[in-house]
Ligand binder design. Structure first.
Ligand code: NAD
Length: 417
């Protein structure tokens, strides 16, 4: 059955969800406050780099708009707006409050039942304590006039389409049974296990999942830091660990740590939430702190081989991970700032991010990769596959991401192996 769906926010999550649901035959409207994004989606030009998304966008019929009144026929409204960090790490609810207020105004005069679904990552309790009161300020009642669900998104940038279409699980946090039934019916063609829980459990599942992934990264980086001092190859150690099924080999790539707009932000938000309720989360705090220290270890290693001041350092990779053009929260920012403080001149190459630097790298000259290879030393910050095909012979390389080919360099240092 085709449904009339609206998606508020057409970013990495919203646009993938919109395109995939439209491909399944639903009528989809996306609302975004960014007029340029709206224009591009209507022109079927994908505004973000996400493999496979452009192809789907060219095939489906999605309407993009900045006019909320166009969602008034919707049966299901997803909110996929950003939830960035406040300075204390807690999440800022500004975007979600704005979006829900608009949804509430638009749907005030609607007589048929609809379900509002929070898909943005929000701290446990947010849907109940913030979203529902705003919706009910319209005079309508949750569970009677409209439904409410919270369904966290687990997709990875760069694999968004695949992940949305092939989810490991679908978590449906429901205010009431009817809301959950309607949302479940939208996922009827998916084969993944569906877990139906209450709203705050759904919110917590997302945070706990990301906190666990972050813990794996900091754990293996800690092991790696010890291995490096002992002259042991951490990656061989992981191979040996991975035969134990309870451990496995996923998300145990030692390196400079986790960047991007999700793991770090969500971990910080969970820490802040715990502190708000008077609990000091000591493991999570150290996972976060170790990650903050890990990337700058590259500078100490570099100093063993060159005098950084006035040297030209080449950076391979700026995006927070391969197959993504996003530099928000990228550890490259941390490394760049540390190098600039040391007086280095910087040249950088990234296959996708160079058009998208958002002013984050003001004193970095973007160049072709051959020019990066000509610098006094090279730092590898993102594991783009093409970096496995460069000629590193005769170079000084500090590798933050385990590019095997770089081992042929004259001087090669892995950050924690
Ligand atoms: P994004 O920044 O890529 O996109 C958000 C979009 O919302 C932007 O296009 C912005 O213009 C739009 N927007 C902001 N306020 C709006 C409003 N009031 N009305 C309409 N549109 C508005 O963000 P994203 O990466 O898609 O993340 C969205 C949420 O999903 C966040 O809570 C994030 O933590 C979560 N999440 C992200 C990922 C990911 O990989 N990016 C994965 C899982 C969950």
């Amino acid at each position: 059955m085709s449904r009339n769906i609206s998606i508020i926010g057409s970013g990495h999550v919203g646009l993938v969800v919109a395109a995939c649901l439209a491909r399944q035959g639903n009528q989809v409207t996306v609302v975004d406050t960014d007029e340029e994004k709206v224009r591009r989606v209507n022109a079927r030009v994908c505004p973000i780099y996400e493999p496979g998304l452009q192809e789907i966008l060219s095939q489906v019929n999605i309407q993009a708009t900045s006019d909320y009144s166009l969602i008034s026929n919707s049966e299901i409204v997803f909110t996929c707006v950003p939830t960035p960090s406040n300075t204390d790490g807690s999440i800022s609810l500004g975007y979600i409050k704005d979006a829900i207020e608009q949804v509430s105004l638009t749907l005030r005069d609607k007589s048929d039942y609809y379900v509002v679904v929070v898909k943005s990552t929000v701290a446990p309790g947010t849907t109940e304590e913030v979203v529902i009161p705003i919706l009910e300020s319209s005079g309508k009642k949750a569970g009677i006039d409209f439904g409410v669900c919270m369904t966290p998104e687990f997709l990875r940038e760069g694999k968004g389409v695949f992940d949305f279409m092939n989810p490991s699980r679908i978590v449906i946090g429901e205010h009431d049974r009817r809301s959950g039934d309607i949302l479940c019916s939208l996922y009827r063609d998916f084969t993944a296990p569906v877990l139906r829980v209450n709203l705050k459990t759904a919110e917590m599942i997302k945070y706990a999942s990301n906190a666990f992934l972050a813990t794996k990264v900091s754990f293996i980086n800690e092991i790696g830091n010890i291995c490096k001092r002992l002259g042991i190859d951490t990656y061989e150690v992981v191979k040996g660990m991975a035969y134990d099924e309870r451990i496995g080999n996923k998300f145990l790539n030692a390196g400079i740590g986790f960047g991007g707009s999700c793991l770090r932000k969500d971990l910080a938000a969970l820490i802040a939430k715990a502190r708000q309720i008077d609990y000091e989360p000591s493991i999570l705090r150290e996972v976060f702190n170790l990650n903050e220290r890990q990337a700058v270890k590259m500078i100490d290693l570099l100093k063993r081989h060159i005098s950084v001041k006035d040297s030209t350092v080449g950076l391979l990779g700026l995006s927070f991970k391969p197959e993504a053009d996003n530099v928000n929260g990228s550890l490259a920012v941390t490394v760049v700032n540390a190098l600039l403080k040391e007086g280095a001149r910087l040249k950088a190459y990234d296959p996708q991010a160079m058009a998208n630097l958002d002013g984050l790298f003001p004193r970095v000259e973007c160049v072709a990769e051959e020019e990066v290879l000509g610098c006094d030393a090279i730092l590898i910050l993102t594991e783009w596959e093409e970096f496995e095909h460069l000629d590193y012979r005769g170079k000084i390389v500090i590798d933050g991401r385990r590019i095997l080919k770089a081992k042929e360099a004259e001087i090669y240092e892995g950050v924690c192996w």
